[in-house]
Design a protein around this ligand. Structure first.
Ligand code: PGA
Length: 262
């Protein structure tokens, strides 16, 4: 796991954007896994800037969003469909037929979930999955006690997640449709972004605690290519901070491409 600690959220977001941009430049038909929430907004803004000013081309890119609220139609103000469109997809040149968001308004969820998994496989699997982390340690909406082998399915939200997300968008549904942890772990590369002191406890448990379904993000310890972008506040409870900095200095020297630096 590459853990990069930045002085502030802006620097973390910009470097996350560099890694995504580098992925898209190296493989123009990359399959990207996208996340919603507040954390990736600055990363999306930077990618939009790169698209407009530097010609970063998403025309052959395919995207799959992690999750969606249950019972929420696409055009609902709280839908993640609208969130990702307003904050990213509407401002780049990805083809609408290549962008995928779980259908929260399906009348047959078992089928919808299965088809989402099939669509990811048909696209060749996810090359780079962007993730945030919840205060509960969730990735996607995989709340504590989610099976580490779980696939796309309906998931009941925890009280903490309902409280946190209600602060952003008012009263929210209490059930979601989310990629499972097993689905996420199949991505070839994972980029986790976390900023702010509220995430410090979840980040420390995920990165340095035991692998446990009580902290879904701890499952990332079993993945071979995870990069974690943090600001100082989100990194505050990590015990190996100095070691991570030394690793990053070495990586920047010897494998700069892993950090989007080349
Ligand atoms: P946030 O959500 O970016 O709004 O904090 C992260 C998450 O729940 O995964």
């Amino acid at each position: 796991m590459l853990v990069v600690i930045h002085p502030n959220p802006e620097a973390a977001s910009k470097q996350a954007a560099k890694i995504v941009a580098d992925q898209v430049r190296r493989k123009t038909n990359s399959v990207l896994g996208l996340s919603t929430g507040n954390t990736p907004l600055a990363t999306y803004a930077e990618l939009i800037r790169m698209h407009r000013e530097e010609g970063l081309d998403f025309s052959a890119v395919t995207t799959f969003n992690l999750d969606e609220y249950f019972g929420v139609p696409r055009d609902h103000p709280q839908s993640f469909y609208r969130h990702i469109h307003e904050n990213f997809l509407d401002h780049i040149n990805a083809k609408p037929e290549n962008t995928h968001i779980p259908d929260g308004f399906s009348s047959d969820f078992a089928k919808t979930c299965m088809e989402y998994e099939t669509a990811i496989k048909r696209a060749g699997g996810i090359d780079l999955q962007l993730l945030g982390i919840g205060r509960t340690g969730h990735i996607g909406f995989n709340e504590p006690t989610s099976s580490l082998a779980s696939r796309t399915r309906l998931k009941t939200l925890s009280d903490e997640t309902i409280a946190d997300n209600s602060k952003i968008s008012g009263e929210i549904p209490t059930i979601s449709i989310t990629m499972g942890i097993g689905t996420i772990l199949e991505a070839r590369r994972i980029l986790l972004l976390a900023t702010g002191g509220k995430k410090a406890d979840a980040v420390a448990k995920a990165l340095e605690g035991p692998i446990t379904s009580s902290v879904s993000a701890s499952a990332l310890q079993m993945h071979g290519d995870v990069t974690v972008m943090l600001d100082e506040d989100a990194a505050a409870n990590l015990t190996h901070r100095d070691y991570y900095r030394r690793v990053i200095d070495q990586t920047a020297k010897h494998s700069p491409e892993r950090l989007g630096l080349k």
